[in-house]
Design a protein around this ligand. Structure first.
Ligand code: ADP
Length: 300
């Protein structure tokens, strides 16, 4: 695939996602800025700093994105906290509609998102397009599950009592994701959070922020209200600390290394947040002497 081929496809599509959130592969210039999303607005880092995003296949700089830190994260948390008031009060069916529309838009931009994943993450295009399919399906699944967050009636131990479990959204969730699945790790966290009424501050990997920004733009286009999905990227420890110390953040969801997961778990204890951690995950592939090589290659 030629670069101009990629660019041609990348710029047909709906509205802003391709005009302003995909790198111009034709110009391919380092003087390229991409902003974070706070309260529905695209925002530069407050000190103007940017972070280079590279194409791992060539080492070239494909974009400069806002390099944010604690201050921007605090504002993103405030936006998410404000948005929680109204988002959590919608009916599950109303939230479901927004998620379904987001799924439709992700699928409508499958090829372009796949190209973006390949560009910043380096996986083959077929796998990248496959990731869009896989990642979008989390949004579809939770759009459906949004309507089925059932509670429970528990037999009471006393005759004059009635015990029941009512499931409620915890509040603002901080979602920290790795570089290996730039879309799917986000949708897998944001889908269930939004479905049950939470709002989110997403921190994608500094290696792969562009897919996150494109997905967030599509969430806005889907009519998911400003502040429900926020994206900050840049200085990971500063962003992490702001998420951990904020009493408004009630949940941390993380996929990444065990070392960082331990830090997050310890940091979350200060404000007694819920945590969901998916850590480690080395997957060696050992091919033995007597293996059928064709099968092994396909499997790998
Ligand atoms: P991996 O080895 O999969 O890249 P990491 O744990 O290094 O795993 O990174 C996963 C995510 O965690 C990335 O988004 C990274 O920026 C973020 N991260 C790294 N250090 C911290 C930290 N101290 N606080 C919050 N997030 C962090």
């Amino acid at each position: 695939m030629t670069l101009s081929g990629v660019a041609r496809v990348a710029f047909v599509g709906s509205r802003r996602i391709f005009a302003s959130h995909l790198p111009s592969m034709q110009s391919y210039t380092p003087a390229f800025s991409r902003q974070g999303l706070i309260g529905g607005k695209w925002i530069d880092a407050y000190d103007g700093k940017t972070l280079e995003v590279h194409n791992p296949a060539t080492g070239e700089v494909i974009a400069n994105v806002s390099c944010m830190g604690g201050k921007e994260t605090k504002d993103a948390i405030s936006s998410a906290f404000d948005a929680f008031n109204s988002w959590s009060k919608l009916t599950a069916a109303e939230r479901s509609k927004g998620l379904r529309k987001w799924y439709d838009l992700l699928m409508a931009h499958k090829e372009e998102l796949g190209q973006l994943i390949t560009l910043e993450q380096g996986k083959p295009l077929k796998e990248a397009v496959g990731e869009v399919d896989y990642g979008a399906k989390f949004i579809e699944f939770y759009a459906e599950e949004a309507k089925r967050v059932y509670g429970e009636i528990i037999p009471a131990t006393l005759p004059d009592r009635r015990l029941f479990v009512l499931k409620q959204p915890v509040g603002v969730a901080g979602a920290i994701t790795p570089w290996n699945f730039p879309l799917a790790m986000i949708t897998r966290k944001v889908g269930p959070a939004l479905a049950c009424g939470c709002t989110v501050v997403v921190k994608p990997s500094e290696f792969t922020p562009l897919t996150a920004l494109a997905a967030a733009e599509l969430a806005l286009q889907a009519g998911i209200p400003p502040g429900v999905v926020n994206v900050v990227m840049g200085n990971a420890p500063d962003i992490g600390d702001a998420l951990l110390t904020s009493p408004q953040v009630r949940k941390i969801t993380f996929t990444g290394s065990t070392a960082v997961g331990k830090k997050l778990m310890a940091g979350a204890a200060g404000t007694v947040k819920k945590v969901s951690l998916e850590l480690g995950g080395n997957a060696p592939c050992i091919v033995f002497d007597d293996a059928d090589l064709n099968v092994a290659v396909n499997g790998a």
